[in-house]
Design a protein around this ligand. Structure first.
Ligand code: 6PG
Length: 250
């Protein structure tokens, strides 16, 4: 069991706009570092509503993020996806495309959407796992170390599509799996903890008073019933950007 991560990388910002601004600066710095070191930046976007503000900020053409971000050298992945078609209202790809990807010059071939048009969630998951970037030669086990994985957290402390009491949470080998979520009666495709925990950096964005109680429990230490608490990068950097409302129980 890895040690409980020190919340030293916990930053409390006044409001969601400040969280988005801080996240944009984190992404900007991580992207330029990765491009300097390896010539490319592998980024996994999260879904839900919290990151929309960040995505819109990154797409704002009157901000330096837009002009100076190395979009042409960025490979975009998705930490999870609802098993719906890409034009469905619930699609994480659709949300990210509308808020960000349609407005920035990421090469279309560098946007790696989960192919939810395949016959089954399992087929989508296997297909996506096969399209992950190749790990560095020295990587053991052969798990790619994505430069930055963006995550949110639900009120039940789920993250990506790793929900409490679902099979994906127990996955220790596969990097991407299908995951049925009984309480939503919905199929998902999600990164697993092995893939997330091999990232070079994991950045959580958590805002709102309804996240205060779960956030307090998650930061208290790892628990099998709190998926977000199991995100403990093996060697990467873990940063929590939260607003004052979400931090009020800390
Ligand atoms: C998803 C997300 C999910 C999200 C949390 C928080 O597909 O829904 O990937 O893990 O980050 O549900 O969502 P909000 O930001 O909307 O609270």
């Amino acid at each position: 069991m890895t040690a409980t991560p020190e919340p030293r990388d916990l930053r409390v910002l006044p409001d969601p706009a400040a969280v988005a601004e801080a996240a944009a600066r984190e992404l900007f710095a991580a992207a330029h570092h990765a491009v300097r070191e390896r010539g490319t930046f592998t980024l996994a976007l999260s879904g839900g509503s919290t990151p929309k503000r960040l995505y819109s900020l990154l797409a704002q053409q009157d901000r330096p993020f837009f002009a100076e971000f190395p979009w042409a050298k960025t490979e975009v992945y998705f930490g999870d996806e609802r098993f719906v078609l890409p034009d469905h209202a619930d699609s994480n790809y659709r949300m990210a495309h509308e808020a960000l990807l349609a407005h920035v010059p990421v090469p279309p071939a560098s946007i790696h959407r989960v192919r939810t048009e395949l016959a089954t969630p399992e087929a989508s998951a296997h297909d996506y796992e096969g399209r992950l970037p190749r790990p560095a030669f020295a990587a053991h086990p052969p798990i790619p170390a994505l430069d930055l994985v963006l995550l949110g957290m639900g009120k039940d402390a789920h993250t990506a599509s790793l929900f409490p009491d679902t099979t994906a949470l127990a996955e220790t080998t596969r990097l991407v799996v299908a995951n049925f979520v009984p309480k939503l009666d919905a199929h998902r495709v999600t990164f697993t903890l092995p893939l997330i925990n091999h990232a070079q950096a994991v950045l959580f964005l958590v805002t709102g008073a309804d996240k205060a109680a779960p956030l307090s429990c998650v930061l208290a230490g790892p628990s099998p019933s709190l998926p977000a608490s199991l995100v403990q990068p093996v060697s990467g950097r873990l940063t929590w950007l939260v607003d004052a409302a979400a931090a009020k129980a800390l």
